[in-house]
Design a protein around this ligand. Structure first.
Ligand code: NAP
Length: 234
């Protein structure tokens, strides 16, 4: 199996594990992140800020030219700029919305054009349980991740007739750079996880791999929590 798989934010963390997963399956994996770092076996990396619509569409066009129609797109790149709302600056708000929601739309739109022409494909957004459980200090992040669910469901209906599935994977707490400076909040949240441990990046990658596989062709518009039971099904 050699599919053209685009993963945003594959330079590290969850995206890196997702890219590794598809590389191990023999796919041609393309990374879109600001740095050009990528795991071994990734076919190509584009240095792209996903909040830059033109840069995203140029990179995806070049990738399609080189690797053919996009068959799987995993929209994973994301950031946090946490802070209590009363003290949250406009920049903190805008930056998170720009990367996590605008960027997700730009990447999805660019990949879907190619999938629609090929009449097949899987689009997977990496969301979060944050908008479902409410996390103090994450108004910007929760708004962006909640927006992804609406975006995914609208897209799922728009492209279902082309045999394209669109789903959201919602991780709970995963050990990555993003969560490395949470301090005591990390321990408090970790203690609430029914399965008794924080997720590894591979816990998330395996579910993304499943959603992109033939076993999941009848799943679309779904939000799949991968959180050790933290949000109990959302
Ligand atoms: P991470 O380790 O901080 O990695 C973030 C990735 O996104 C990096 O590859 C980064 O690459 C890329 N990125 C950030 N801003 C970008 C931009 N403007 N343009 C292009 N790429 C950008 O974070 P992570 O924990 O793996 O998170 C990955 C996804 O999972 C995010 O959407 C996050 O919201 C979600 N998530 C994480 C957790 C968790 O507990 N870790 C929980 C729920 C959901 P460059 O820096 O090279 O650009």
């Amino acid at each position: 199996m050699t599919r053209h798989v685009i993963v945003t934010g594959a330079s590290r963390g969850i995206g890196e594990a997702i890219a590794r997963h598809f590389v191990e399956l023999g796919d041609s994996v393309v990374n879109l992140s600001r740095s050009l770092t990528a795991p071994p076996g990734v076919a190509k990396s584009f240095s792209v800020d996903v909040a830059d619509s033109t840069a995203v569409s140029d990179a995806v066009k070049e990738s399609v030219g080189e690797f053919g129609p996009v068959e799987v797109a995993v929209i994973n790149a994301g950031i946090t700029r946490d802070g209590l709302s009363v003290r949250m600056t406009d920049d903190q708000w805008r930056e998170v919305l720009a990367v996590n929601l605008d960027g997700a739309f730009y990447c999805a739109r660019a990949a879907l054009g190619s999938m629609i022409r090929a009449r097949r494909g899987s689009l997977v957004f990496i969301g979060s349980i944050s908008p479902f459980v409410g996390v103090a200090g994450q108004a910007n992040y929760a708004a962006a991740k909640a927006g992804l669910v609406g975006l995914a469901r609208a897209l799922a209906k728009e492209v279902a007739s082309r045999s394209i599935t669109v789903n959201v994977v919602a991780p709970g707490l995963v050990d990555t750079d993003m969560t490395s400076d949470l301090g005591v909040a990390r321990e408090t949240m970790a203690a609430m996880i029914p399965l008794g441990r924080v997720a590894t990046v591979d816990d998330i990658a395996g579910v993304v791999g499943f959603l992109a596989s033939n076993h999941a062709r009848y799943i679309t518009g779904a939000v799949i929590p991968v959180d050790g039971g933290l949000a109990m099904g959302l």
